[in-house]
Design a protein around this ligand. Sequence first.
Ligand SMILES: Nc1ncnc2c1ncn2[C@@H]1O[C@H](COP(=O)(O)OP(=O)(O)OP(=O)(O)O)[C@@H](O)[C@H]1O
Ligand SMILES: [Mg+2]
Length: 323
Amino acid sequence: MPLKLEIPWVEKYRPLSFDEIVSQNIAINNLKNFIRENNIPHMIFTGPAGTGKTSTALIIAKTLLKGEYYHRNVLELNASDTVRMDSVRNAIKDFANQNMIIGDNNLKIIILDEADNIPTQVQQALRRIIEKTSSNVKFILMCNYIDRIIDPIISRCAVFRFVNLPREKIVERLKKIARLEGLSIPREREEKLFDTLFFISGGDLRKAINVLQMSVALDLLNNIDINEILKISGFLDEKILNNLIEHIEKKNFNKVKHIIESIENVDSRNLMRQLLYKVPSGGDQNSVLLTSYFGEIDYRISQGADDKIQLLALTAQIMKRIK
Ligand SMILES: Nc1ncnc2c1ncn2[C@@H]1O[C@H](COP(=O)(O)OP(=O)(O)OP(=O)(O)O)[C@@H](O)[C@H]1O
Ligand SMILES: [Mg+2]
């Protein structure tokens, strides 16, 4: 079956106006005020992946700089594409200083994506550039983790926090895309599909849209093959998951060990989310301890600990703690 090659829906349906940005009301309302006053500060957009930061920055630039000015006066850089940070620094300096030479006092916007990947020392240099640029040059820095940005930069910027999207907003947007793409989703299985897409996304709308598009390309939508959709997204399919849970409940450690050892192509932190969702939480001492153990294991894996060993340790704890 041939894959349908199309432009990615995340680009095709990238919001083009503030009204199309769903869910980030606090940030968007504050931004609209700045724009109405025609006086924007330097800004930091921070928050999880796929929540609308880049889209919002592009909308601001398009709103304030029309036509040819957009191309001339907006500089978009990505801190992690650039192999040598020096080139970022020079690009910013050249762009920001142009107006000193040619006396151009129009607004200029520098959009710097993934700013939390910039090493601290380079951030110090960036801070000096921000300080020295004239008032018509504005920076929009974007990051997932604001604690990786140095304080002197943060204190020169207005910070806007973007949040994970709730289920209803994700589903609303997916339904809109499904309608515009003319997808036929069997009514009776629709809820299950959107539930799964939301669970996979974890509030990241980009991920939700990508998985929907991938499911269409792989023809998984006609029968709504939930297990395949989970698999292509790096989650454990429901059959094996239920099997695993059953043996955890029976406290059959050898079986559990065998299942975990035979798992392939599953992102272990995804599997942890699936387990956390399924494990009963009674609110008693045991489930409180267990939840904090999920956090502990998540951290260990993020620091590079062996996935399978950590998953075994986790399932061992679950077996010890559940009734
Ligand atoms: N709040 C939102 N409203 C509408 N669409 C959104 C929103 N957030 C994300 N999207 C969709 O997801 C895609 C990716 O969003 P965007 O690039 O703005 O995310 P981001 O916050 O910059 O993520 P990252 O931190 O990974 O750079 C957009 O093209 C759009 O289709
Ligand atoms: Mg982005």
